[in-house]
Design a binder for this molecule. Sequence first.
Ligand code: OSB
Ligand code: MG
Length: 369
Amino acid sequence: MRIDRIELRHIKMDLVSPFVTSMGTEYDEEHIIVSIDAGGIKGWGESVAEGTPFYSYETVQTAWHILKDFLIPSILGKELSGVDEAIKACSRVRGHMMAKAGLEAALWDAFAKGRGISLSEMLGGVRDKVPVGVSIGIQESEQALVRKVEGYLAEGYRRIKIKISPGLDLKFVKALRKEFPELPLQVDANSAYELEDIDIFRQMDDFNLILIEQPLGYEDIFDHAKLQREMKTPVCLDESIHSLDDARAAIELDSCRVINIKPGRVGGFTESKMIHDYCASKNIPVWHGGMLESGIGRAGNVALASLHNFTLPGDISASKRYYKQDIVEPEFVVNSDGTMDVPRRPGIGVDVNMKMLDFVTVRSEAFKA
Ligand code: OSB
Ligand code: MG
């Protein structure tokens, strides 16, 4: 497949409600949409670098720079036999996983469309529905959180994750456990704690949580092993895992017993699959994380989550949980049994709503071979 043209679009979409975490408050989401024209086929991908460097060092600006000046020139005008060849052509670039993943996703979509199969099938997916949960930001009060959770459970979500931050942690967990003793519940700290806070995590052990996500440093693997040793509840790593090598180190050191896979954080679907397969071989369950993606990124997430070792519900929620209107058709919905359908049409399996995409685009640039 010859890579004839690549277009980048910086998009900005208003969230239906502010998303509060230990990293700050988000009112809107900025990402990059990548589209590739190759031999009459159009592939779509989303780079989840955000407007701010608070979750990752990458931002829309850094990803744009890396895509424009290094990644796109490495493949533009080339005849590629598959995604692996593009990855090899881009391998001199160190880091910048989100920039790489956006381009890689567009290539996976184009190659799947070229073969007339769904992205899920091309990735080796085994499910036509995936279990999904919802990630809830820090709320003003315990009562407000309980009401939010009630609403999401009524919509069908099977598992609730809440964001925590020092001082805004145990009281929320206690309130939810009191109201919903059997609720599948997990917490995400986004690196807000230190090993000295171990007492809080010892107390968390009493609440039958599925897991505790990224309590300590955002690059740490070592201290998480010390914490896991002192706890029954599985530690799950998100921020610290950027590659198969990181996953190996974390599992060999027993720094975590679950891994959150986000293709954007690890450079794309290819590395995600390698981490998935390695975790399966070590009996480590994985689940699909989220970066408040538009429907373009979400379509890829749902496809990846159809692989067999994604046994825990993902942070993959309905389009309307994030945005008033999505940029794909049909929008993503959650079924009443807490699952989401895996698109079956070729590639990402949803159509891009060009009118909506234009509406949310704040800048674009095209590169022609
Ligand atoms: O840590 O999992 C996280 C959103 C942005 C950045 C980091 C995270 C999140 C979420 C939201 O938790 C998950 C979703 O997309 O629903
Ligand atoms: Mg997380």
